[in-house]
Design a protein around this ligand. Structure first.
Ligand code: SAH
Ligand code: MG
Length: 228
């Protein structure tokens, strides 16, 4: 008998039809999601927001650690912010960080329109700098990373410093669009992003840094970890 080195679930039943059925079952959107998505289209923002199923996974993570104070890095049109805010209790708070001031202003208005002016604060500027300004409101319970990939190691380091023990970090696009495994030495112009994502994965998967961590195999890769 040949010994198997790695166990991997080889089945792949994630057809578009199955995923659609599952999304309709677990991740129903309401008129506010539609409003935010319509506004994004009107404002010519790229449709690079998370999917509804991922929104529901974020909600699961948020409630599993009884989060009240959350941080999001990478706001765009506020679609993921809406999912996150909905999972927080009434007195909960989400700080969402957006680099682009025009995007931030429009999204602040959209979030106001869906009744989230109180619960969500949009913080404008490069998160590498602005995260410092929200530290006095910490420690935080949940942090969602979904901005410039090159900064993922910085953002993870910040999360480690500013999450409470038992708090959860989640990061979208952890497969780096199918390039996370490549050798940075032969990757040309993508090398910096690959190096960054590999450093991010190395740290997140290190049991001496995080109590438990894993990858949820969404299309983009949703990396998750529980702060020690
Ligand atoms: N989380 C959103 C999508 C975010 S797209 C959703 O799923 O709905 C990534 C966003 O990060 C963009 O709006 C981009 O302007 C922002 N961004 C990029 N670099 C950033 C930085 N250094 N600091 C803060 N935001 C940044
Ligand atoms: Mg993303």
């Amino acid at each position: 008998m040949t010994s198997q080195k790695h166990t991997e679930n080889k089945s792949d039943y994630q057809t578009p039809e199955v995923l659609d059925y599952i999304r309709k079952s677990f991740s129903q959107e309401d008129t506010r999601h539609t409003y935010i998505l319509n506004q994004m289209q009107k404002r010519n923002l790229p449709a690079i927001q998370i999917g509804a199923s991922e929104g529901k996974i974020l909600q699961f993570l948020i409630q599993s650690c009884h989060a009240k104070k959350a941080v999001e890095i990478g706001t765009l049109g506020g679609y993921s912010a809406l999912w996150i805010a909905d999972a927080l209790p009434q007195e909960g708070k989400l700080y969402t960080m957006e680099y682009d001031p025009i995007i931030a202003t429009g999204t602040e208005k959209a979030l106001q329109e869906v009744g989230l002016a109180e619960k969500v604060s949009v913080v404008v500027g490069d998160a590498n700098k602005t995260l410092k300004t929200i530290e006095p409101f910490g420690p935080f319970d949940f942090c969602f990373i979904d901005a410039d990939k090159i900064s993922y190691p910085n953002y993870l380091f910040w999360a480690e410093q500013n999450l409470r023990a038992g708090g959860i970090v989640a990061a979208d696009n952890a497969y780096l669009f199918g390039q996370v495994h490549l050798d940075p030495h032969t990757a040309g112009e993508n090398a910096p992003a690959i190096l960054a994502m590999q450093a991010f994965i190395k740290r997140l998967s290190d049991p001496s840094c995080f109590a438990v961590s894993a990858m949820i195999p969404t299309g983009e890769g949703l990396a998750i970890g529980i702060k020690k």
